[in-house]
Design a protein around this ligand. Sequence first.
Ligand SMILES: C[S@@+](CC[C@H](N)C(=O)[O-])C[C@H]1O[C@@H](n2cnc3c(N)ncnc32)[C@H](O)[C@@H]1O
Length: 310
Amino acid sequence: MTNEFRTLEAHSAEYFGDTRDYWWNQDFIDLIGRRFAFEKVHDVLDVGCGVGHWAQVLASALPAEAQVIGVDRDQSWVDKATERAAAWGISHRFRYQLSEAQVLPFRDASFDLVTCQTLLIHVADPGAVIAEMMRVARPGGLVLASEPNNVASSLILNSIGFKGPVEEILAGVRLQLLCERGKTALGEGNNSVGDLLPGLFVASGLTDVAVYLNDKTNALLPPYDTSEQRAMLEEIEDLESRDFWIWNRADSFRYFLAGGGIESEFDALWTSVMGSSERFVKAVADRTYSHSGASLNYLVAGKKMRERGI
Ligand SMILES: C[S@@+](CC[C@H](N)C(=O)[O-])C[C@H]1O[C@@H](n2cnc3c(N)ncnc32)[C@H](O)[C@@H]1O
């Protein structure tokens, strides 16, 4: 199984499978390292680290002696991240501890790089978290966030949906947008907050704000024989077998109602987004299914201003 965590009762467990290892192109990470002078980075904080994927990706472009601390508010992820680092022999560089993103247990100006990936989509007040990340960054240091606009994905069409009825495509957009609005109304974050990040960075006082897009897509193309594609297929099949969309059905319903959706409308929308599973399985078996795998993932960077005279 490519996601050993998938049935844990912990935040984002469905998303910590092997597919997460294929989110970035290595040459793009190397480019980011050059753009942001990673060679000068010694201390890194990864906020909302989960089991550690993001800083471990960045580490390939960081100096070998750079020290990374990851924090997460879920103790089970702190434990799993610590176990993973030990298993890979990298505990001397990667340490993990419990912390809320809004109240980081570090002094002002402690890190050269403060970063997060798909954390701000889960917090009630992303501006407050960015301000806290900026507080613990050193003057001249970098705050770097990788966060998506996920609703855009409902208009990235695969070979089955491309010529599908307009109503079916709009049903997916409608369900996702209402659920995202509802998740925000419930104080659980907005899955498309990436759109707002550049403005939030400027509002928090970060300077030299730069906005990029991750250039990786996760294409699914016949004959689906790479390790990346096998992991993706396994994940899709597993999620569908458990009636899991972006969230499970119960959470989706809760978000949908909180976002202003009408209760009687939910079943039809759910069937519409989940209903193509048989067509999908057949098209994969026939080797006719394809998906560009595009998504809209921002990488937003800002610098903490140096103090005057320094
Ligand atoms: C989608 S996961 C991303 C994990 C990791 N950054 C990665 O990209 O692999 C979101 C993580 O943020 C954590 N999280 C959510 N809200 C948080 C908060 N307010 N403070 C700290 N961690 C939080 C969750 O426990 C979860 O591990």
